[in-house]
Every structure is written in structure tokens, then in C-alpha cells.
Design a protein around this ligand. Structure first.
Ligand code: FMN
Length: 367
């Protein structure tokens, strides 16, 4: 099987990019407690700039929306200034870079954000959150009122504007993984009886409004969306995902968005598991734009998936942690280095910028 399909250039919204090997968003928790990135983050992303497109780690749009200790934000000027040299470092290597815009909804925690989390309905997530004081039970979130929903849309707009000010080529709206937008979409977490709850159309409404608000600010060709239609994350699951995600795919079509990315777990997945059939074949039919698939892909399966027309590009998460030169390794068939899980979220350089390129040379643009 040839790997050539991975190396075909593709146009992503406003940007022609050099391959279809995208870096999936990866929270690495190297910011300070105020969501301001540390200087060495530039080196990490620049090392990986041979990816066709880098999706940044999830980045908070507001204080209430960011409950992951040491994750970055994009709601104030200090955060924007800290991102600027990081984006510049990626561009200097010829890479393209989107910021993933994140509101954690009920998965935020007062011990981290100092605020009561918000969600479509007042239902606590099962399990525990990472906080600066260790693991703590998730709390019952405050139910968003309509005026608070309006204010949240403004937070998305400000973060999208800030992302462009920082130099990012575009933004990805994080609609996946049990966070705020996913909580609106799925019927286990959305029990509302107003126009944001009940029918699939109503549950898609918040996503639609976020997309309209963000595209109004930065343009559709610089706006992407990430969804996780199948399986359960932290209690967020839908009883009939083909209905609500079919509706979402139709709603996202015809807007000239940059791309739609789907994270799909597998039954034998090593990160998340789900026995549910993947939603991507249905969404491929309903969505008219560039489709990016993610989850447990290696080079051969990624190339095959593109060759068969099931996706236009593949995003790789964990492989990019241990292999800054993943694109070159794919191209030359070099072996991959496993990433050490102990340092996924540790707040330092170790396990972050010290993974060597194959053969020991650091050549982020060797591909
Ligand atoms: C350390 C780590 C951090 C992650 N952070 C994010 C994130 O910030 N935003 C997001 O949408 N997904 C996040 N994910 C999920 C990945 O983007 C991806 O969906 C998952 O790793 C499966 O892809 P893979 O098999 O290629 O690793 C994270 C995964 C890992 C392992």
C-alpha cells in the first residue's frame, strides 16, 4: 500500500497546506496558572511544524470555561502576547496553525477556575476533575440562561479575534469530548425544554450559533469544527447519535467552512473505546466540505482511508507527542517512538521538547 495519499497537498480554507498529516489537538498543560503559555512552548510546536496543519491544544475562551490546570487561554491580552512567538515559530518553519477554542462546560471545576461551571442542564459529570489540589468530584453545574448563552457566544467571538491577533491561520471550535458544545448536542447532558433542548434541531442550535458567531468574526474559511459523534466521554452520550449528528452535519454544510474533524473511538481503542458503529460514513455523505478523521490511525490506515475517499486528511494525536518528526518517519518508514504518559500533562520541558528526531537530528522541516 502506497502512503502517497498522505503527502498530497490540500487546500484548507484559506491555506494550501503541504500534506494531509495533521497534528490533532493535544492538551499538554505547559501554561502558567493564568493560562499564559511559557516560552519553550514555541519550540514544541515548531518541532512539529512539518504537519500539514497543527491544531493547537485546547485553549480556553473564558475563565469559567477553562478548568484544566495549566492549560492556556485566549481571552486576554497577556495570553495573546504569549501565543504570538509560538505561532511565529511555526510559521517560520512553513507550518500552518489553528487554535482550538475550548469551553469545558460542566467538566470545568471551581478549584481551577474559581467559578461554578456552566452547562445546558444542572447535571454533574461522573468521576473526578484534575485540579491544582488533586482530583476532585465534578460539581453540579449552573444551568445557562439565554442571556448567559448570548454572553458565551461573545466569549467565542473574542477568543476567535484574539487567535487571529496572535497570528493563528484559523480556529477550530471544540465541539467534542463531553465539553460545553457536546453537552448541548447529546441527550444525556441536555434536558432543556426551551429552543436549545429536545429535538435534534434544537440541540444543534448552540453549535450553529457558535459557528455563525465565529465565522462572522474570522470568516468561514478560517473556521473548523471538531465533533465526537459516537461513544461516551465523561457521561456525555446520545441515545440516537445518527439523528443529532446527521442534523449537525447538514447544518455545517454549505457554509464554506475550513474543515470538519471527527474523533472516533474504536472497540479496541487504546485511548477511548466504543462499540458503536462509526458515524463518519453517514457524515461523509451529509457534509459537503473537507473531512478530517482522527483516532488510532497509523500511516498505512490513514493513507488507505484517504485513498478510499472516506476522509480528506487524517489527524494524529499521540504519535505526534513522541515523534516531533512524524511526517519524516511516515515518509521514510522509520520506526515510531512511544510517548511517556507520565509527562503528557506535566508542566515542564521533560517529555515535551526533548523527544529526538529519528537518528538524533532535529529537523522539523526534514520532510
Ligand atoms: C495527552 C492528550 C491530550 C489531548 N488533548 C486534547 C485536546 O486538547 N483537545 C481535543 O480535542 N482532544 C484532545 N485529545 C484527544 C486527541 O486529539 C485524539 O483525539 C486522541 O489522542 C486519539 O487520536 P490518536 O489515536 O491519534 O492519539 C488529547 C489526547 C491526549 C492523548
Amino acid at each position: 500500500m502506497t502512503l502517497d495519499p498522505l503527502f498530497d497537498p490540500i487546500t484548507i480554507g484559506a491555506n494550501p497546506v503541504r500534506n494531509r498529516i495533521f497534528m490533532a489537538p493535544l492538551t499538554r498543560a505547559r501554561a502558567d496558572a493564568d493560562g499564559i503559555q511559557q516560552g519553550f512552548v514555541a519550540e514544541y510546536y515548531a518541532q512539529r511544524a512539518a504537519a500539514g496543519l497543527i491544531l493547537s491544544e485546547a485553549t480556553g475562551i473564558s475563565r469559567v470555561g477553562l478548568g484544566w490546570p495549566n492549560a492556556p487561554g485566549l481571552w486576554n491580552d497577556a495570553q495573546v502576547e504569549a501565543w504570538k512567538p509560538i505561532v511565529e515559530a511555526v510559521h517560520a518553519q512553513g507550518g500552518h496553525f489553528y487554535a482550538q477554542l475550548w469551553h469545558m462546560g460542566r467538566l470545568s471545576h471551581p478549584a481551577t477556575s474559581g467559578e461554578t461551571p456552566v452547562s445546558p442542564s444542572a447535571i454533574a459529570a461522573p468521576g473526578q476533575a484534575h485540579t491544582p489540589d488533586g482530583k476532585k468530584d465534578y460539581v453540579v453545574p449552573h444551568t445557562l440562561t439565554k442571556s448567559e448563552i448570548e454572553a458565551t457566544l461573545e466569549d467565542y467571538v473574542r477568543a476567535a479575534r484574539n487567535a487571529r491577533t496572535a497570528g493563528f491561520d484559523g480556529v477550530q471550535i471544540h465541539g467534542a469530548n463531553g465539553y460545553l458544545i457536546d453537552e448541548f448536542l447529546k441527550d444525556s447532558t441536555n434536558h432543556r425544554d426551551d429552543e436549545y433542548g429536545g429535538s435534534p434541531e434544537n440541540r444543534v442550535r448552540f453549535l450553529k450559533q457558535v459557528v455563525e458567531a465565529v465565522t462572522g468574526e474570522v470568516g468561514a474559511d478560517r473556521t473548523a469544527v471538531r465533533l465526537s459523534p459516537s461513544g461516551e466521554v465523561k457521561g456525555a452520550i446520545d441515545s440516537r447519535p445518527e439523528r443529532v449528528f446527521g442534523e449537525a452535519a447538514r447544518m455545517l454544510s454549505g457554509r464554506g467552512l475550513s474543515f470538519l474533524e471527527l474523533r472516533e473511538p474504536r472497540a479496541d481503542g487504546t485511548f477511548n473505546q466504543s462499540d458503536e458503529p462509526p458515524m463518519s460514513p453517514l457524515i461523509r455523505q451529509l457534509y459537503d466540505g473537507v473531512l478530517v478523521l482522527n483516532g488510532e490511525y497509523d500511516a498505512a490506515e490513514g493513507a488507505k482511508t484517504i485513498a478510499e475517499g472516506k476522509a480528506d486528511a487524517i489527524s494524529y494525536g499521540r504519535p505526534f507527542i513522541g515523534n516531533p518528526d512524524l511526517v519524516a518517519r511516515f515518509r521514510h518508514g522509520w520506526p515510531l517512538q512511544d510517548a511517556d504518559q507520565e509527562t503528557w500533562y506535566s508542566n515542564g520541558r521533560e517529555g515535551y521538547i526533548d523527544y529526538p528526531v529519528y537518528g538524533g537530528e532535529r529537523t522539523a522541516d526534514a520532510a
